[in-house]
Design a protein around this ligand. Structure first.
Ligand code: GLN
Length: 426
């Protein structure tokens, strides 16, 4: 039993029935995607991973490759040189728009196709082969495993991608693309055809969230300032012409792709990914947008949400002897949002004695518990009781309530002493 997974499962169940949107078919090979595939994966900064639904099925990165290749170009050339070649202003246009600065031909930002194609050409290499190999190696480091190319999707886009080739030629004629347009478009098609799962994408997003360090492998994939810059551009441009509404509703740096992938990153907190092929009119995955909306609200994930409050919340996790009894005690303070809740659940697991044991949650210094964490904590306490433990909560307010219609399986006290004494008495 794990309440983070339960939350993802619940969102997954709730949104599985959402039938809006259409699978992209302008790349013929993508048209065969199963519109019912739907997976949500999340990776914390401790490298813990949580999944619901279809998270092991491979699909191609498409535009979700863009931020990672941008991060690579930043580490190769430095921000000043990259800025000279690709802007960072939201274009307010569709992903495949011809959005070039008049005069210079500089593309508006690296998250639309024009900017992504120009960015691919910036990756340092002596040949097109070497350039793609470096891109694939770096994408693999972000994912923490060796990725490969879906050759059928690559061939399909190469055969039909005239608009992207046209963008490359336009930039070449305007002077903003110095490399060969055919070769550059092909390298871009290849990076779009790199195969991942939703579980991989969550690790990749978590790596950006953790300042460029892959929280699963521990490898520093890009320097911290470049990870931060990449997240900044994702925040303003990652969702194409829906980026403003996305920032208003969900409030996380994000990137979507036409195959149905969507990543979002909570800086210093988590990476999350959704896979669901049907897209809305802006080219963003319908269920992905809906799922992140629900998760953001439930766990207070919006980056503008009380940004100053990030003090340690779980302040103690110990096993103590009280009246000759072995009791697991977890102490927390402040506001319980997603990160704190995830840490709290781990702490409870660590200190729980063998069955039948005793567990006390000291929340007397907690000032607020968001709805997602509150429900998750009730589930943790129910689970302890079901397994034969005696559990008590000490809190100033009834933060953790039983679900309507269910009996409460734990005792509530005002002070830690009372909670410990009750636990030890039975
Ligand atoms: N390979 C796709 C294209 O260039 C990627 C677009 C996307 O995912 N939005 O058309």
């Amino acid at each position: 039993m794990d309440p983070v997974t339960d939350s993802l499962d619940e969102v997954h169940r709730r949104l599985s029935g959402l039938r809006d949107g259409a699978v992209a078919d302008y790349i013929p090979e993508l048209a065969g995607a199963d519109p019912d595939d739907f997976g949500i994966a999340l990776v914390s900064m401790a490298g813990h991973s949580y999944r619901a639904g279809t998270t092991d099925k491979p699909f191609t990165l498409q535009s979700v490759s863009k931020p990672f290749v941008y991060a690579l170009a930043l580490s190769d050339l430095g921000v000043d040189e990259v800025l000279r070649r690709v802007g960072v202003e939201p274009s307010g246009d569709a992903f495949n728009a011809i959005s070039l600065e008049s005069g210079t031909g500089r593309p508006a930002n690296p998250m639309i196709n024009a900017g992504a194609i120009a960015t691919t050409a910036l990756v340092r290499a002596g040949s097109a082969e070497e350039r793609f190999r470096r891109i694939l190696d770096r994408l693999s480091a972000f994912a923490g495993r060796t990725l490969d190319v879906d050759e059928a999707v690559h061939a399909s886009e190469a055969a039909t991608g005239d608009r992207n080739r046209a963008l490359a030629y336009l930039m070449r004629s305007a002077g903003s693309l110095r490399a060969d347009p055919e070769e550059t478009a092909d390298t871009y098609f290849r990076q779009c055809a790199v195969r991942v799962t939703a579980a991989d994408l969550a690790v990749m997003a978590a790596t950006l969230a953790d300042g460029g360090r892959n929280p699963v492998t521990g490898v520093q994939v890009v320097a911290e300032p470049d990870a931060v810059r990449t997240l900044a551009v994702m925040a303003t441009c990652g969702m194409y012409d829906a980026a403003g509404r996305w920032m208003l509703d969900v409030g996380l740096p994000a990137k979507s792709g036409v195959s149905g992938g969507l990543i979002a990153a909570g800086p210093a907190r988590f990476g999350v990914a959704v896979y669901s092929p049907p897209l809305d009119a802006s080219g963003n995955p319908v269920r992905g947008v809906a799922a992140l909306g629900v998760l953001s609200e439930r766990f207070g994930l919006h980056i503008m949400h009380r940004p100053g409050l990030r003090a340690a919340t779980v302040t103690g996790a110990e096993r103590l002897a009280y009246d000759g009894r072995d009791i697991g005690l977890v102490t927390a303070q402040g506001v319980l949002e997603f990160t704190e809740f995830e840490a709290l659940v781990h702490a409870v697991r660590e200190v729980t004695p063998t069955v039948p044991g005793r567990v006390v949650l000291d929340l007397t210094a907690v000032t607020e518990v968001l709805p997602g964490p509150a429900a998750g904590m009730a589930a943790v306490l129910d689970d302890l009781a079901e397994r034969g433990h005696r559990a008590a909560v000490a809190a100033q307010e009834p933060f953790v309530r039983a679900d309507a219609g269910r009996p409460r399986t734990w005792e509530v006290f005002r002070t830690r002493q009372e909670a410990l004494a009750w636990c030890a008495s039975g």
